[in-house]
Design a protein around this ligand. Structure first.
Ligand code: GLU
Length: 335
């Protein structure tokens, strides 16, 4: 009997999300929500002053399947700033506009092994590795990716970028003005990074404009459902499964997910992949998205972060849910 149950679990995993019943999926979300609701670990990011003021109790889980079914648990209405999760979608937009090789050639697709806002990582790659050896999920690569977006005016570039994020989320997104102002007043390090990337000619013009747009993209407000739909768009070959709109070409998705897999959770990206097998991205606002290719996108929002900068509850809840639903793509039965 036990063997049969295990076999059924694996068969369900191989067959896709459609094989899991609504009750199984909702049950996995409810269980993870209840298990970590009272967890009191971690601390809001405070290097951006506005983030320290966000309600640390916000805790919401959303899962959107590749068929467009939406499951939620907890608070999926409260919004936080998207922060670094935006980097995934800016990278995707650049690949959409310029082809899959654009990011690899100009920025690189390798882990740096250093902090997300490390200047040493740039120097190291430049002096010792001789060129584009970082990735678009650390700040130097992310600000460079933003500088590569098509458009002439700041307004034009911004409207197109926000439109792209909104298509992925399935609703018109807006900016948290308080976070944008707070981060703009304290982003001197990112400005320095922008200038450094300009000095090395990764950024071709107006590094401060690129940094400013990057700062605004990090300030976009999202709830857990928005993020799950964005993740599900990546899980579903670039087509938002809720709206049915093809937001980006399917051919760019493998590259986007690969970069998420190597660098999505800061210095704990390896540990994360080891335990879940899923490409993911976290942000210092407290959100994490993860993608089970062909099956679902999942997101959890909970602002308190661990020492690596990843939401404590979000990591635990997503790991439990994805493992309960057999989502690790590396886990297969021998033939
Ligand atoms: N806007 C933040 C920064 O550049 C993003 C950091 C993050 O979420 O990792 O510092």
């Amino acid at each position: 009997m036990k063997i049969l149950v295990i076999w059924l679990a694996f068969a369900g995993c191989a067959a896709g999300a459609a094989e899991w019943s609504d009750a199984q999926i909702q049950g996995a979300l409810n269980a993870a929500y209840a298990k970590y609701r009272d967890l009191n670990e971690g601390k809001n990011a405070d290097y951006i002053p506005a983030l320290a003021k966000v309600d640390a109790k916000i805790y919401g889980i959303a899962l959107v399947t590749a068929e467009g079914k939406v499951y939620t648990a907890g608070d999926v209405k409260s919004q936080v700033s998207i922060q670094s999760i935006s980097k995934v979608f800016t990278m995707a937009k650049v690949m959409e506009e310029q082809g899959t090789e654009a990011i690899e050639k100009r920025i690189g697709v390798d882990p740096t092994g250093m902090r997300f806002n490390s200047i040493v990582a740039v120097e190291w790659a430049q002096k010792l590795l001789g060129g584009p050896e970082i990735n678009p999920l650390v700040n130097p690569g992310a600000i460079t990716a933003t500088s590569m977006l098509a458009g002439e005016t700041r307004e034009g570039i911004w409207n197109s970028l926000l439109g792209f994020y909104s298509e992925c989320a399935g609703r018109r997104l807006g900016v948290d003005k308080e976070v944008f102002e707070s981060e703009s007043a304290t982003n001197q390090r990112n400005q320095a990074i922008g200038y450094l990337m300009y000095a090395y000619e990764f950024i071709k013009k107006e590094p401060l404009r690129a940094t400013d747009i990057y700062t605004e993209q990090c300030s976009v407000s999202v709830n857990a459902k928005d993020l799950a739909a964005m993740a599900a768009t990546l899980a579903n070959g670039g087509k938002n499964p809720v709206t049915g709109r093809q937001v980006m070409k399917a051919e760019i998705i493998p590259g986007v997910l690969a970069v998420m897999a190597i660098a999505g959770l800061y210095d704990d990206s390896g540990k994360w992949l080891y335990h879940t097998g899923l490409p993911a991205k976290s942000g210092v606002g407290g959100g994490i998205i993860a993608v089970a290719p062909g099956r679902f996108g999942i997101a959890v929002i909970s602002p308190p972060l661990d020492a690596a900068g990843n939401s404590v509850r979000a990591q635990k809840a997503i790991t439990d849910i994805s493992n309960a639903l057999g989502a690790n793509p590396y886990r297969v039965l021998p033939r």
